[in-house]
Design a protein around this ligand. Structure first.
Ligand code: ADP
Ligand code: ZN
Length: 740
């Protein structure tokens, strides 16, 4: 027999090798092997077993890795689909399908060196700053693999050995099964009695599981309508049928709170199983072990972010994609797959039922309902008929401005009063602004110069705590000038403009000196535990006002929050993106959904300079269908998704003239190859919205077609053979969510 092998050194080709007698019976589709390639030996995966080969002089497989294949034929087939549709080599797709931690391991379980924190002796020895920092990391984790520590702490084994010499830590080999939630105590729960709308949804889902081939479901349920309870009971049904389930949630809402709800239901009683968790904050050891629990069939339920869609659950009965409209389901590096769309494809291939859930479905998914491709399940009411919050839109143009161009105040009068009232009643407030930092730009009042990043086409953000100007694209930092740095100006009247979360926090501390205030954004969350700590304190009522970026927008459930303020609703409206309105509608609805989840009715204040924009007005009325109907009108006119699919080609390089020259070539080539296609729109080339990032110029061509599978296959071929100078990079993004 002959094995067809794809090599890890992405070559976009497969090679045939003979299977020597000694490996007979151990090589199947998905087996990892070592094979000779030129003068080297490289690792690859068997993709097919064939009877004959067109290649002459086959060389034999040199070695077989592992005792069983890691890639099941089904997952392999999925990887092939991803490669074809998202224009990347099969090897690249395979890398996403198998976590690094699993792929690297040469022979199953292995002993690893672990570093353990030891309680400090009476007189702690004097440490260098560096050693101290490493010790703090170990203390935080209690115990972690040495490899992970070296990576996280950017340190050397030698430094860690020094800590061991001083009796502060111990280092020992260990084969343990890591459980990332081992420190949690989780109380079991039992299924709740469903309300009418929940029951209807669950009956329909169960019926589909019985019948096999069904259309995907779109569960449109308002915030707080009890979608998660429906998921839990649907999963229970899948287990009873002897099948497993995958639950995808956006990385940002993969909070301990979410995971606990699933563990609590299935950790005792019948049917009972382990719940495996897969996401990017696990150590590689944890990820390895979680993956094997699934592969062994001990964990029949997987909850995770994007890549969990590749979990080796078999047989697969149910896939749930919660918050299906979320853009983080799209991977922003090759393979640029969209986990929701992969979920639909995988479920269809494995005859599993797929449920896409959201309070604000994507225009694409709802369009599929209208076309009859998806089945709609609706939950229009909150549990216990709690009212949706009252949303008040505040016209910031009417707010008094300080004389002589000072910064306008952060809070309108009504919002300020509402916050004060909550403090008096000991209720909680969440304030939302999707931009961190203190102010978004530093601008000279005299000449208009704004301090920009030397590497990117954006202005620098002022971070007051750090006393620095920073670029949010490339991380560039510089000091804050006292005078305008523009040549020939030097005027001292340089001012900060625009808002960030840091400034909101500052305004709160000034306005409400007695309130207990916390801010949550990526600047304040430096440590692994911070996120959980702040949320716990907020839940316990030790924080009155929580300020944050989108981190606080999703999936959190705090009954005592009765006020939500959206400080600047227009931010996401001004993006150069056909989805700007949709994004704004979703964000406002999700953030509003945090209010009034307890017994007291909630109130939401939306501050805006464009208060009559449809995205804002429909969100105010909680009217998804109204928003959808007006939104699709313009999408249809301009042939944007869902009426066509988009392929975005971005060429980048340091030399702008060269980028422009080559993208013109590319445009001509596209015209040659696809010019006679019907209903294909080729737009551009044009500068990308962010024309310069990290010192690279970026220019784009956008293609729109209804026949994307066919186009992407042809684009894949073009990209593979298109000659580009080494200093230019071309990316192809199919169904992009970021037009960047
Ligand atoms: P969603 O995901 O739709 O925003 P959740 O699933 O978080 O809503 O439900 C909101 C709250 O209602 C949760 O505290 C949940 O435990 C509770 N809940 C859900 N279904 C029921 C039910 N049938 N009876 C009582 N409480 C329920
Ligand atoms: Zn920059």
């Amino acid at each position: 027999m002959i094995a067809r092998v794809t090599l890890e050194i992405a070559l976009r080709r497969e090679f045939d090798y003979s299977i020597p007698a000694e490996f007979e019976g151990r090589v199947e589709v998905g087996t990892r092997v070592k094979v000779p390639f030129g003068h080297r030996t490289v690792v690859g995966v068997v993709t097919e077993i064939v009877g004959s080969s067109s290649q002459t002089q086959l060389r034999p497989i040199a070695d077989v890795l592992g005792t069983r294949s890691l890639v099941t034929p089904k997952v392999l087939a999925l990887a092939r689909w991803i490669a074809a549709y998202y224009c990347c080599p099969v090897e690249t797709a395979l890398k996403s399908v198998l976590p690094e931690a699993v792929r690297r391991e040469e022979a199953g379980w292995r002993e690893r060196l672990h570093v353990h924190f030891l309680p400090t002796p009476a007189a702690p020895p004097v440490l260098t700053k560096r050693q101290e920092a490493i010790l703090r990391i170990i203390e935080e984790w209690r115990s972690l693999p040495l490899q992970d520590l070296l990576r996280i702490g950017e340190t050397t084994a030698e430094t860690v050995r020094k800590l061991e010499d001083r009796g502060l830590v111990s280092i020992a080999p260990q084969i343990d099964e890591r459980d990332p939630y081992a420190r949690e105590r989780i109380l079991p729960t039992t299924p709740l009695a469903l309300n009418d709308e929940q029951s209807v949804a669950l009956e329909k889902i169960k019926a589909a599981m019985g019948s096999g081939a069904e259309r995907p479901f779109l569960l449109h349920g308002v915030t707080g309508s009890g979608k998660t309870e429906v998921y839990l009971q649907a999963i229970r049904h899948a287990l009873e049928l002897g099948r497993g389930a995958i639950v995808l949630v956006p990385e940002i809402s993969l909070t301990p709170q979410t995971v606990e709800r699933f563990k609590a239901r299935f950790s005792s009683g019948e049917p009972r199983t382990l719940v495996a968790v897969l996401h990017s904050h696990l150590s590689s050891g944890e990820r390895h072990d979680e993956w094997h629990k699934i592969r062994d069939g001990r964990a029949r339920i997987v909850i995770g972010a994007r890549s969990a869609i590749f979990a080796p659950v078999e047989p697969l009965g149910l896939v749930i994609v919660d918050e299906e409209h979320e853009h983080s389901y799209k991977q922003e590096e090759s393979p640029r797959y969209h986990a929701r769309d992969v979920a639909v494809v995988r479920a269809q291939r494995e005859r599993a039922v797929v449920v896409l859930g959201s309070a604000t479905p994507s225009v694409e998914s709802f369009h599929n309902v209208r076309k009859g491709k998806y089945t709609l399940l609706e939950m229009t009411r909150r549990i216990d008929d709690r009212r949706l919050p009252i949303v008040r839109v505040i016209d910031m143009r009417q707010e008094p401005r300080p004389p002589r161009g000072g910064a306008p105040s952060v809070f309108s009068r009504p919002l300020r009063e509402a916050i004060r009232a909550r403090l008096e009643r000991s209720e909680q407030t969440m304030l939302f602004l999707n931009r961190r930092g203190f102010s978004t730009s530093l601008q000279c009042l005299k000449c208009g110069h704004a301090c920009g990043c030397p590497n990117c086409s954006v202005s620098l953000t002022y971070h007051r705590a750090a006393r620095k100007l920073m670029c949010h694209i490339c991380g560039h930092e510089e000091g804050v000038p006292e005078r305008c740095p523009a040549p020939g100006c030097g005027d001292p009247s340089i001012r900060f403009a625009g808002l960030g979360t840091e400034r909101v926090e500052d305004a709160l501390r000034t306005g409400f000196p007695k309130a207990r205030i916390e801010r949550m954004d990526s600047d304040t969350l430096k440590r692994k535990e911070d996120y959980r700590r702040i949320l716990t304190e907020f839940r316990l009522g030790r924080i009155d006002i929580l300020v944050g970026t989108q981190m606080i927008a999703k999936g959190l459930h705090f009954p005592n929050v009765t006020l939500v303020g959206i400080v600047h609703a227009d931010l996401s409206l001004h993006q150069a993106d056909f989805r700007a309105g949709e994004r704004t509608f979703q964000l406002l609805t999700q953030v509003s959904g945090r209010a009034g989840r307890g017994d007291v009715e909630g109130e939401v204040f939306v501050q805006s300079f464009t208060p009559f924009h449809p995205a804002i007005q429909y969100a105010r009325r909680h009217d998804f269908i109204g928003f959808y109907d007006q939104e699709v009108e313009f999408r249809e006119q301009l042939r944007y998704p869902p009426f066509a699919r988009v392929a975005l080609l971005t060429l980048r390089g340091r030399n702008e003239d060269k980028v422009k020259l080559f993208i013109e070539h590319l445009r001509r080539e596209l015209g040659k190859r696809f010019g006679d296609w019907k209903n294909l729109i080729i737009a551009g080339p044009a500068p990308a919205p962010l024309v310069r990032a990290e010192s690279h110029f970026r220019h784009q061509i956008m293609l729109r077609t209804v026949a994307m599978s066919r186009l992407s296959t042809d684009l894949g071929l073009l990209v593979a053979e298109w000659p580009l100078p080494e200093d230019l990079h071309l990316t192809v993004d199919i169904d992009p969510v970021n037009l960047g």
